[in-house]
Ligand binder design. Structure first.
Ligand SMILES: Cc1cc2nc3c(=O)[nH]c(=O)nc-3n(C[C@H](O)[C@H](O)[C@H](O)COP(=O)(O)OP(=O)(O)OC[C@H]3O[C@@H](n4cnc5c(N)ncnc54)[C@H](O)[C@@H]3O)c2cc1C
Ligand SMILES: C=Cc1c2[nH]c(c1C)Cc1[nH]c(c(CCC(=O)O)c1C)Cc1[nH]c(c(C)c1CCC(=O)O)Cc1[nH]c(c(C)c1C=C)C2
Length: 474
């Protein structure tokens, strides 16, 4: 393998390039990114007074094989000294809230949370968990998350807890999202152990083998629940991009939108606005729809399947208030869709990461997230909604939910168009079918990024590593 093109300079494309760079089989990597900034949704605003505001992910989980893999990369990039870990004993890890029927409720945790009746739930969770062991295994090859959880744990948990959780991870509707693709450990626990409870106790199936480097070992020893970076999570793509530049193997092209890709005897011809690039193999880390529009008509079933992967738009409103204004302390709160469809949740950023507050004086940073699967019905087309309307909706939520009556001293409104892919029921079949089309037609193409095998930063990085390994061997 000689020259490889990586389409898209989000974390998926950068991570893929990082793993490609490590291989002696690769002589040249060409990264093509349409915008003027690398990193995609890993996007941090750094103010001159030291404050950091995240517009995308704000905390990354160290747990599991994919979490360890990211920490190995962080260590290799020399970013360990920049880490801001929070442990499981931190209030931001212990306290998460649900806003239900006009009140904030701490989500039940620990043994006492299982044994007691904890509002907004009407009975102890232990009863649902105990009955769950007796529920028969489904014969379906996929199911919506809501149907799966109602069947196994009861409708109340599905309507409140799981509905909110899906909004807090996918900004999506648990009645449409696939349990198999969104929460594989839940699906596997039922398939392999016949129950979620037994799956939790005995393990729900094999997971990829990733050796823990010293940093990953430290995260385990110190019980890290999540981590960020001193200058915000955007430091991760920045650091990968420095590493790629220093390797001497990688050409990073910003403002280079891929318009069309055409198979050629030598591999691919990639058409940009002003020029053509050739490559032996393409790793696409583009959003599925962008790849779909770039492919030639000869790739028809693939084009349609990429097109059919839905995405949602999220409005992210970063707010800064003078003083310490929160009535509770924790990571944040979520709302079930029955409470307020458009208002997904509020992150209390100053609690997990006070280091990102401005250096002088006490402030509180919050992020209000809105829209998701309910964006259109509440706000109409994303290009029509005004910043004023979104800001007012966000500050109203802070005042109603948290009793904060002061106005923010600073705010920033962003509308992230099509930012989170939605894995609807049957997603795994679609992904399998796309990959088998590529294989059958011997297309030198690998699919990487949030549209296929997991939306978290860890999953996306791991998808880059897996795709490189599949092409080049371990
Ligand atoms: C608001 C929000 C909060 C989140 N919170 C978390 C969290 O707390 N924890 C977590 O783990 N994950 C979180 N995520 C998810 C995670 O950030 C994303 O799933 C991940 O960053 C996606 O990476 P990607 O590289 O696949 O895609 P992207 O970041 O979308 O990258 C794709 C890149 O392709 C470029 N591109 C598009 N079209 C073209 C073209 N034609 N030619 C060239 N380039 C093109 C784009 O400009 C972009 O840079 C969050 C996401 C959002 C939006
Ligand atoms: C309110 C909307 C959102 C909030 N975060 C996201 C949205 C759409 C996006 C998001 N959050 C997480 C992930 C990664 C999942 C992973 O596997 O690591 C993504 C894409 C992490 C996450 N956030 C919450 C949970 C329960 C998780 C799963 C992992 C974990 O347990 O840490 C809860 C949560 N998210 C938001 C709020 C306000 C909130 C809870 C109080 C914001």
């Amino acid at each position: 393998m000689r020259t490889v093109a990586v389409l898209g300079g989000g974390i998926g494309g950068l991570a893929t390039s990082y793993y490609l760079c490590k291989s002696p089989q690769i002589t040249k990597v060409i990264v093509l990114e349409s915008s003027s900034r690398l990193g995609g949704w890993l996007w941090s605003t750094r103010r001159s007074d030291g404050a950091v505001f995240e517009h995308g992910p704000r905390g990354i989980r160290p747990a599991g094989a994919v979490g360890r893999n990211t920490l190995n990369m962080v260590e290799d990039l020399g970013l360990a000294a920049e880490l801001l870990p929070i442990t499981y004993s931190h209030v931001a890890a212990k306290n998460r809230y649900l806003y239900v029927k006009g009140k904030l409720h701490r989500m039940p945790s620990g043994i006492s949370g299982l044994l007691r009746t904890v509002p907004p739930f009407s009975r102890p969770l232990l009863l649902s968990v105990a009955k769950e062991i007796l529920v028969k295994k489904s014969k379906k090859d996929d199911e919506s998350i809501h149907s799966f959880v109602s069947r196994r744990l009861g409708q109340e948990l599905a309507d409140i807890a799981v509905d909110s959780l899906c909004r807090g991870v996918f900004a999506g509707d648990c009645r449409k999202l696939s349990v198999r693709s969104c929460f594989p450990p839940l699906y596997n626990a039922e398939q392999h152990r016949g129950s979620l409870t037994l799956g939790m106790l005995l393990g729900s199936g094999p997971s990829p083998v990733v050796v823990s480097g010293p940093l990953a070992q430290r995260s385990l020893k110190e019980s890290w629940a999540q981590w960020s970076l001193k200058r915000g999570v955007e430091s991760l793509p920045e650091s990968i991009s420095d590493y790629l530049q220093q390797s001497g193997k990688v050409e990073l092209h910003r403002d280079a939108a891929v318009q069309r890709i055409c198979p050629s005897p030598a591999g691919w011809k990639i058409h940009l606005e002003n020029g053509v690039v050739t490559a032996d193999h393409i790793f696409s880390a583009l959003p599925a729809k962008a790849l779909s529009s770039a492919l030639p008509s000869s790739c028809q079933p693939l084009i349609q399947e990429l097109q059919d992967i839905a995405t949602v738009t999220v409005a992210v409103v970063n707010l800064e208030y003078d003083g310490s204004i929160l009535p509770v302390t924790g990571f944040g709160h979520l709302l079930p869709s029955s409470e307020d469809p458009a208002l997904l949740g509020v992150v209390y950023d100053s609690v997990p990461f006070p280091e990102h507050n401005r250096s002088d004086g006490q402030t509180t940073r919050l992020t209000v997230m809105m829209g998701g699967a309910w964006f259109q019905e509440e706000f109409g087309p994303p290009e029509m909604v005004t910043e004023e309307r979104l800001l007012e909706r966000a500050t109203d939520a802070v005042s109603f939910h948290l009793g904060v009556n002061s106005s923010p001293c600073w705010s920033l409104v962003s509308v992230h168009r099509d930012c989170i892919p939605q894995y609807y029921e049957g997603h795994h079949r679609r992904v399998e079918s796309m990959r088998s089309f590529i294989k059958k037609n011997e297309l030198p193409l690998s699919l990487v990024g949030a549209c296929y095998d997991g939306v978290s930063v860890n999953d996306v990085i791991f998808s880059g590593r897996t795709a490189v390994q599949e092409l080049l061997g371990a």
